[in-house]
Design a protein around this ligand. Sequence first.
Ligand SMILES: [Mn+2]
Length: 324
Amino acid sequence: MTQSRIPEDMLRFLRESASFLILGHQEPDADCIGSQLALASFLARQGKTVRLYNHGPFKRPEINRYQPLFETRIDAFAKIDNPVVVILDCSTLDRIGDLKQDLTGLKVVMIDHHTAGLEFGDYRWIEPRRPSTTWMIQKLIGAWGQVPTAEEAHWLLLGLCTDTGFFRHLEAGSQESFEVAADLAQAGASPKQVFGQLQGGKLLVNQKLMGLVLSRTESHFGGQFLYSWEELADRERLGADSRESDMIYQTLQGVIGCELIILLRQDTPGKVTAGLRSKSFVDVGALSQVFGGGGHQRASGFSCSGTVEEVKQRLLLALEPLLG
Ligand SMILES: [Mn+2]
């Protein structure tokens, strides 16, 4: 891996600014929240004024506890001292939800590791090959000439472990992830505590919903494509509010011949959200872009209008040239 090159002008701009609004993407995960919390804590230690924002909803049990620290909209009062907006873990503006309406007149810094969409922001530090946004925040703290506190190290490791699947998704040549992990352990982060936070706090009804989704998995294109879905009625019947996807992906990725997994979730009667994972050759980032979403080559997602059945049929059609 090449050395990370933090844009000098961005670093200087951050150092010289006094007030910050730190934003992340809607439906945040632990990389988003971990990088927001660590950067906010670090900047506050440098004597800066910092406020945290996220459109939410906070659906994941490992990060629910942090929701009270975040505001959902930027009001006029927060803009009084001409703060800098730092947007983390999303390269396109639509990912921040309603907050995108509140940025008028403010300078924006984008820091992200997703493949870039529409260019936005006065300063952009986008590195699609990096393991997590927390990795970038850790490098930023280092470039500032400082080390994270134990609490910041915990949040940074939480994000790194989330986006790398606790290092399981990393290939050869990924030493940079282990190097930063070693630094975080030295700074006081506990992998055991991070694992406990990522695995715990789940409701039985939600685990049952996961079982239901797993049990109805369909096999297409000779087993290369495994597909399942979740409807509003499923959540109502079980009394479940959300389900984790990672365990389903992990389980289905172990099936012989599986290349691609797609899970659809009906959000409203006319809206569906998809999660996509591939193993070796289907570029799911590109596939999601066709449906108005984005992500990485091996992991991506999108939301679109339609019923579950309609979106499934559109996906099968789009996959025909790739897997047919
Ligand atoms: Mn991320």
